[in-house]
Design a protein. Structure first.
Length: 274
């Protein structure tokens, strides 16, 4: 690799990494699949560039590559007004979540330390020895999503998007021309008009149409969650526009805008763990 105009890919192959690789080649970028051992002693290592891949591997390579990774804050969803979530969402520790006596959707906000799922009660949460009771978790009311969409946002605007599920089943379809396109964009633009400042300049936000009984006739749209573009499946979104967002979300540290520095965990002394 030479210069800053390259895309470094984690060794695990995904369809999204393949699509982004093709898009990067089309615009004249070098693309390099990094070695699985993650060592920094070979000729491929060059400061700068951009990254796409998982957070565990990222923790091993981004310092050598001098790449900054943008991430939405763990508590972002829990801070949104109810009108944008359509359900109760709170942050707690795993220990506190274990005391739940009702069904709830529980997930680690940013890592994959245990499966994000609906748990019948707190006693059903994983109990692996390596799971600290102090690990932060997000607790949400259980809802049903009639349709879910992934939106790639750059500088407060929707650049591209894709439906990715209907009633919990994988169902990828382009946002362009979709029957819900206008409704999705209207909701997203309203959300961004209110909350864009609380998100990185490059981010993925998933939104969906609630299908629970109380929302059946209202057709309420709500935020599912926010994610890192550099570790998100693009589904049927336009890969060229997805790449624009990925490049901003995981690029040279020297080029990170000041407003985004608070969203770079690997620039603040804490490192990604999974």
């Amino acid at each position: 690799m030479t210069g800053h105009d390259f895309l470094a890919l984690a060794p695990q192959y995904t369809t999204t990494s393949e699509l982004l690789s093709r898009s990067a080649h089309r615009r004249g970028m070098d693309v390099q699949v990094l070695p699985a051992h993650g060592g920094a002693g070979t000729a491929i290592w060059m400061p700068g560039g951009h990254y796409y891949g998982g957070p565990v591997f990222a923790a091993r390579v981004v310092d050598a590559l001098e790449i900054a990774l943008l991430e939405p804050s763990d508590d972002w969803l829990a801070t949104l007004p109810y009108e944008y979530t359509g359900r109760r969402i709170t942050m707690a520790t795993l220990g506190e979540a274990r005391r739940l006596f009702r069904p709830a959707f529980v997930k680690p906000p940013s890592d994959k330390s245990f499966p994000a799922a609906v748990y019948a009660s707190g006693s059903c949460l994983p109990t692996a020895p390596e799971l600290s009771l102090n690990v932060p978790v997000q607790i949400s009311d259980v809802v049903t999503w009639a349709a879910e969409f992934r939106l790639y946002l750059l500088d407060g605007e929707v650049r591209t998007g894709s439906q990715y599920a209907t009633y919990g089943r994988l169902d990828a379809e382009r946002l362009d021309g979709h029957r819900y396109e206008a409704a999705v964009l209207e909701f997203a633009n309203d959300l961004l008009a209110t909350c864009a400042g609380s998100l990185p300049s490059a981010v993925v936000v998933d939104v969906g149409l609630l299908a629970t009984p109380e929302h059946a006739t209202a057709g309420q749209w709500a935020v599912v969650e926010a994610n890192m573009p550099w570790f998100s499946n693009c589904y049927a979104a336009d890969p060229d526009r997805v790449l624009d967002v990925v490049l901003r979300s995981a690029g040279p540290r020297t080029q990170i805008p000041e407003r985004d520095r608070r969203f770079c965990q690997n620039l603040t002394g804490t490192h990604l763990t999974g």
